[in-house]
Design a protein around this ligand. Structure first.
Ligand code: PRX
Length: 649
């Protein structure tokens, strides 16, 4: 799209970065990274300020990434204690419950310190030590953030698992990082329904010797089973603890957290982030991408189970002493105006959500938006997937009343923070483009051979130099880390995304180029879903691809071949959908199943997914070269089946 929405004079005048200085600042950040990142390190408090700023090389055989390596700090101290002298009474978190009739809460920085210290002391008492992994499986309530910060305070590594994951998925994640401790709640609430978190934990840890203690927060008061000796009541234990707990001094490169995400192959991988660089990067990006101003109410609608919740509900905003809103519910409950009702109620200034939510709300019409006053809004943001033109314009015109810049932030669990984004007051906007690299980020678009493309181009999105918020490893599998991110294009970090650059230098993300699909901003490896489908006893083989979906961005399309003597009829299809939902979690809901008799394979037996993607996307006039297929006739059958299923649209 050629249209441009220029930065307003008003925005430019008041922005945290001066437009006139920006190019120079970017140039310096790339040419003199030591100096730039040394200066940025000062935005957080260190027990011992680092002398060594960076030691980074992306080359596979000499790979090293260390930021601020001799610095000592504590993340929880940076999010809480350092603000106390001036801001003990300022609200750190606003909690808005699922049910609008229940009361919202304001938690001050002073109260946050007490809550986090008590829990940290309780964890210590239960035997949690520096370097231990603690799995957090919580609803969207402030206690989830307390749990993260309590771990950070005592040097434990948290692994937050999204509360929508199944017991199986939770179990895999507990086992992978050998968590001896789990923190959960009796139940969560979402859209008027309850989520059986404790019951899920019980199933996940059943027979797992490694889990010693499960700390349970009483949230709904619903009935739960109790395992004496293993289960610990938060209410009875935590509240008895002292509200003072000395923050553990941590090396900058000590792990802060692990967060599982899907890759193109194998099981979800534990993305490992460390302390110093991550904190600097989360804080800097939060301030500049959102042009955050002291005293503003900032709301990110993500779940803390995702990286967006880590960096932009907890660590970034709290490092900047912001007021961060935590919402327990969903955008459609009790009606489609809930986001805007909350915006009005809490006078939200900065609002950050996912395109999938915008598309779902757009469909319901403007009245749900316009009946609420949104004059407090100043900045709008999106994250997680490309935003289509119609959704962007609606967000800009209707939600933001043509007043609020939209920051379309491109980044990943692996990157820790924003990597490509417009900056309010600096960047003119193009709907659907994530615009320009963030300060210190050198984007390179390369062809399949790894040649760097200049000017207007399309190719694979890579990052040329390290940045402090970058992941450091895949927990327990450093070789897989090097292989996944640094082996395709030597000397560069490969993102797995494709991108275009236009003549003005704007970056347009075109989506994943690997076997990862993005459903409503949630990432799945196609292999992960296939493994689950294949466990159903009617299934011989399956292949999963993403296809364009109006609301979800991508939907899940599964081609399934029945075992000898079985048929994939409508009953079995329903069963398979249910099976995968309970195996992975309800977010992994297959949209379309095609019962197939064969898959397009090369003579060496490799599935040609390109063809499956094209069929699922109704793009069959353009199948490309099919001459290497072992049985080309299979393609015609798949196309015919597809037309039958989708009504030959
Ligand atoms: O494909 C890109 C897409 O989401 C992927 C990262 O997913 P995840 O690690 O779950 O993190 C999501 C939240 C940071 C990317 O590889 N993606 C993320 N943001 C955008 C995006 N695609 C287009 N535009 C974005 N703004």
């Amino acid at each position: 799209m050629a249209e441009i929405f220029p930065v307003s004079d008003e925005m430019q005048k008041n922005a945290n970065i001066n437009k006139a200085d920006y190019e120079d600042l970017y140039e310096k950040s790339i040419k003199h990274p030591e100096e730039f990142w040394r200066r940025q390190a000062k935005r957080i408090d260190w027990v011992s300020f680092p002398k060594k700023i960076k030691d980074t090389r992306f080359k596979k055989d000499e790979y090293v990434i260390k930021w601020y390596e001799d610095g000592i700090l504590n993340a929880s101290y940076n999010c809480i204690d350092r603000h106390l002298p001036e801001r003990a009474n300022q609200t750190a978190f606003i909690f808005e419950p699922d049910d609008p009739k229940s009361e919202s809460k304001h938690i001050t920085y002073g109260e946050l310190k007490d809550e986090v210290c008590r829990l940290a002391n309780a964890l210590k008492k239960q035997g949690v030590k520096k370097g231990d992994c603690v799995t957090i499986y919580m609803p969207m309530i402030p206690e989830a953030a307390y749990a993260m910060l309590a771990c950070a305070r005592i040097g434990a590594i948290h692994s937050v698992v999204f509360g929508g994951f199944s017991p199986n998925a939770l179990k895999d994640r507990i086992v992978d990082c050998e968590s001896k401790f789990v923190i959960t709640a009796d139940e969560g609430r979402r859209g008027g329904k309850t989520v059986p978190l404790k019951a899920n934990v019980d199933k996940a840890v059943d027979g797992l010797d490694i889990v010693q203690k499960v700390i349970v927060f009483k949230n709904t008061g619903g009935d739960v089973e109790w395992h004496d000796g293993r289960d610990i009541s938060w209410g009875e234990t935590v509240l008895l603890q002292s509200n003072e707990c000395k923050p553990e001094p941590m090396s900058a490169e000590d792990p802060l957290f692990i967060l599982y995400t899907s890759g193109s192959t194998g099981k979800p991988k534990g993305i490992l982030h460390t302390t110093g660089g991550y904190m600097v990067y989360a804080s800097l990006t939060h301030e500049l991408s959102f042009d955050y101003k002291d005293g503003e109410v900032y709301w990110c609608t993500a779940d803390v189970g995702w990286i967006t919740g880590h960096s932009y509900i907890v660590y970034g905003p709290l490092a900047n002493a912001a007021t961060s809103l935590i919402f327990e519910g969903v955008p459609s409950y009790p009606d489609y105006g809930r986001f805007w009702e909350i915006t009005e109620k809490h006078q939200v200034n900065i609002f950050y959500t996912a395109p999938t939510a915008i598309r779902a709300l757009l469909k319901e019409g403007d009245d749900y938006v316009t009946k609420h006053d949104r004059s407090s809004l100043r900045i709008l943001g999106t994250v997680g997937e490309p935003i289509n033109h119609e959704a962007w314009l609606w967000y800009y015109n209707v939600v933001g009343e043509k007043r609020c810049p939209i920051v379309d932030t491109w980044w990943q669990t692996e990157t820790g923070g924003h990597m490509i984004t417009p900056l309010p007051g600096v960047t003119d906007l193009k709907p659907g483009s994530a615009a320009m690299p963030f300060l210190g980020i050198k984007v390179e678009i390369v062809d399949h051979e790894g040649n760097v493309l200049e000017g207007e181009c399309e190719g694979n999105l890579c990052i040329a130099y390290s940045w402090p918020g970058q992941m450091r490893s895949i927990y327990g599998d450093h070789d897989r880390y090097l292989e996944t991110y640094f082996s395709q294009f030597d000397g560069k970090y490969f993102t797995g995304d494709g991108a275009k650059r236009d003549k003005d230098g704007y970056i347009w993300i075109t989506g994943r180029v690997d076997d990862v699909i993005n459903v409503s901003g949630h990432r799945f490896g196609t292999a992960e879903i296939e493994t689950s489908i294949n466990e159903h006893d009617a299934v011989a083989e399956s292949a999963v691809v993403g296809y364009p979906h109006d609301i979800k961005g991508q939907g899940i399309y599964a081609y399934i071949i029945a075992k000898e003597g079985k048929v994939i009829d409508d009953v079995i299809k329903k069963e398979i959908v249910q099976f995968v939902r309970s195996d992975i979690g309800p977010i992994a809901t297959i949209d379309i199943i095609q019962a197939a008799s064969g898959l397009p394979k090369t003579r060496s037996g490799k599935i040609m997914r390109r063809i499956l993607r094209k069929i699922a996307a109704d793009d069959v006039d353009n199948l490309g070269d099919t001459s290497t297929l072992a049985e080309p006739a299979v393609v015609d059958e798949l196309i015919a089946n597809h037309k039958k299923i989708t009504g030959d649209k």
